[in-house]
Design a protein around this ligand. Structure first.
Ligand code: UTP
Length: 226
């Protein structure tokens, strides 16, 4: 049974406008794409986790306290996606990648959020791929591909259709300033390098491209080869 891991950014899942229509369409696509695979979806925290993190920081919270609030929000987002998926979702909310791996079943979808403090859900998705022996992680994100710089800040930024994982590593380390999350968690990039896991970066708003990534068809986004 093929196991496919998708990391879906919280800002994609719940941008705060028309969320139920998007989540419904996403669920329908996942339902039709699953086939005889086991899909494993890791949900991010988005705007709501950022709210708790910023407010908690202003109140003097420690990094661990802020991370723990973030994890709770990612898990609520996972619960929301499970609601939309209905009976195709495996019943249960895994707290660890080991637990999620044990829940995998043919033609079903396992949904989880974060695990422990110290990383983001991109890293969780890569750890999950390592745990289940998946050859790729799909990152459904707010950009449609990896760029040399933030394309919103520099419209002339170069768009990459293919990168090696070491080229991605160089980009994420140079782009990772405080409060400005990079296109993929550096810890996830490190694990992908060590475990030879490919990373496919696609727009979470382009459900055709996300489906192409899941079903092994060519993508419009960036393929990062390990
Ligand atoms: P996200 O994965 O959504 O982080 O988790 P992010 O930085 O907002 O990621 P992008 O930009 O959407 O890709 C939200 C927060 O929850 C905590 C971290 O503080 C993270 O920033 N978290 C999440 C953990 O500490 N551990 C986890 O396993 C997951």
């Amino acid at each position: 049974m093929e196991k496919v891991v998708v990391s879906i950014g919280g800002s994609i899942l719940i941008p705060g406008d028309g969320d139920s229509s998007y989540i419904r369409e996403l669920s329908q696509m996942l339902r039709s794409a699953v086939g005889d695979r086991c899909l494993m979806v890791v949900c991010g925290g988005g705007r709501i986790s950022r709210y708790y993190s910023e407010t908690g920081r202003a109140l003097g919270g420690s990094t661990e306290q802020l991370d723990r609030m973030g994890i709770m929000i990612t898990r609520v987002n996972a619960a929301l996606l499970r609601v939309a998926l209905g009976d195709i979702a495996v019943d249960g909310a895994p707290d660890t990648v080991e637990e999620a791996a044990g829940m995998c079943a043919e033609g079903r979808i396992v949904v989880m959020g974060g695990t422990v403090p110290g990383h983001t859900t991109d890293a969780v998705a890569t750890m999950l791929a390592r745990e289940v022996g998946a050859s790729k992680v799909i990152n459904a994100t707010a950009v449609d591909a990896v760029y040399s710089e933030d394309p919103k800040l520099n419209p002339d930024a170069e768009r990459y259709s293919e990168l090696t994982v070491s080229q991605l590593a160089e980009l994420v380390y140079s782009q990772h300033d405080a409060g400005n999350s990079s296109v993929f968690d550096p810890k996830g990039v490190r694990i992908a390098t060590e475990e030879s896991i490919d990373i496919l970066i696609v727009s979470g708003r382009d459900l055709d491209d996300l489906e192409a990534a899941i079903t092994d068809r060519p993508v419009k986004g960036t393929v990062v080869r390990s």
